[in-house]
Design a binder for this molecule. Structure first.
Ligand code: SF4
Length: 380
């Protein structure tokens, strides 16, 4: 298939360049505890061995940042770091990474203490000083509330788009152009829509594509393929990640899946006939990362998938998330949401919390809620 790529600008990340017609780089993120240096180095190397162009690591504390310095010395992978609200950690991590990802929605927190512009300026200064690229990573579950308030609640696309464009303009105004943008949602159709709109407005900015919380294979791969086929087929996308809920020893399958999808698209082996049935049960689950609060999360996601099999023909979304950082926000749009704490699993019906339950109690409790939901849907 002849694909006419968008003429995005080049962004160097360690020893690769994304954008500017370079091969589409496949990325992943470590799911080991960042402070477990041996495990994190082993996983970063496994990703690199599988062909990862960039490996992202979560850093949430000075101890994580100290571990990162050691990890850097033990792997040749191009490293990216994922910052949450604690933007000041950029100073501690920038010397050891090739790219810093920040989420505009997270910089909004504690806005009164410091405007987001000051925080971005701080991150960009660190990137400049330490030769790092930047990713402005907008995520459906943590969009800048100021943007969300301005638009109809049924429109989740425009707030994401406007947030990304605003940050691009601001970073441009600082004279910094070494950045990529991502706009991720768990719904592949929304990923297609928001990235297409962004590419129309900013065709020069390289895009990192991904369907967030795509879930477990094979459904997670299919959801991602639906989005990538549409976008990459139209020349949109310079780097990709396939986010899959997998145990640590299988995480490099994310790289294999990403490479396979990109290769298939370029070879014309597109499968647009593979569509998810939008009237069917949809399980979304995060790919896990260093922030997972209980290792039982991966098994729980699998058990939820098995236990809910009987509801497969109902238009119901169940979200299973690994931690309190993104779990509470990213379960809001699901009919039923679970987010995992150290000893308890928090259950929600839409945005409404239903309580926290032990790992051995949660499945029957979830089933009770699911049955109630099916009863309501059947009565309609
Ligand atoms: Fe990591 Fe938490 Fe996101 Fe899961 S929900 S990928 S554990 S930050």
């Amino acid at each position: 298939m002849e694909i006419k790529r968008n003429a995005t600008r080049p962004v160097s990340i360690g020893d690769i360049i994304v954008g500017d017609f370079n091969p589409i780089a496949v990325q992943s993120m470590t799911a080991t505890k960042t402070q477990d240096i041996d495990a994190t180095v082993a996983q970063a190397e496994a990703y690199r061995g599988a062909g990862a162009g960039v490996v992202r690591i979560a850093v949430d504390s000075p101890k994580d940042a100290a571990a990162l310095a050691e990890i850097r010395s033990q792997t040749k992978a191009n490293l990216a770091v994922d910052l949450q609200e604690n933007f000041r950690l950029a100073e501690a991590v920038a010397p050891y990474v090739d790219k810093i990802r920040y989420n505009p929605g997270h910089l909004y927190h504690h806005q009164r203490s410091k405007p987001w512009q000051d925080k971005v300026r701080f991150i960009i200064d660190q990137a400049l000083e330490h030769d790092c690229a930047i990713r402005i990573g907008v995520n459906c579950g943590s969009v800048d509330p100021d943007k969300k308030e301005r638009y109809d609640p049924s429109d989740s696309i425009t707030p994401m788009l406007e947030s990304a464009l605003e940050h691009c303009d601001f970073v441009d105004s600082l004279g910094f152009t070494r950045y990529v943008v991502s706009l991720k949602d768990s719904d592949p159709q929304k990923v297609i829509e928001v990235n297409t709109k962004f590419a129309e407005r900013r065709p020069d900015v390289p895009l990192h594509l991904g369907v967030t919380e795509a879930g477990m294979p094979p459904e997670g791969v299919i959801k991602t393929r639906i989005a990538f086929e549409q976008l990459i087929g139209r020349g949109i996308g310079d780097t990709v990640r396939v986010s899959l809920t997998l145990p640590n020893d299988r995480k490099p399958e994310e790289i294999d899946a990403g490479r396979q999808i990109v290769d298939d698209i370029y070879a014309g082996r597109v499968r647009t006939v593979v569509k998810l049935n939008d009237k069917a049960l949809n399980i979304i689950s995060c790919p896990s990362c260093s922030r997972v609060e209980n290792e039982a999360f991966i098994d729980l996601a699998q058990q939820v998938k098995q236990m809910t099999e009987y509801a497969k023909d109902y238009d119901i979304t169940i979200a299973v998330m690994g931690c309190r950082v993104n779990g509470p926000g990213e379960t809001d749009d699901a009919d039923l949401g679970l987010w995992c704490g150290p000893a308890k699993v928090n259950l929600k019906r839409g945005p409404e919390p239903l309580g926290a339950f032990g790992y051995d109690e949660i499945l029957p409790r979830l089933q009770k809620e699911l049955d109630a939901l099916i009863t309501v849907k059947t009565a309609k």
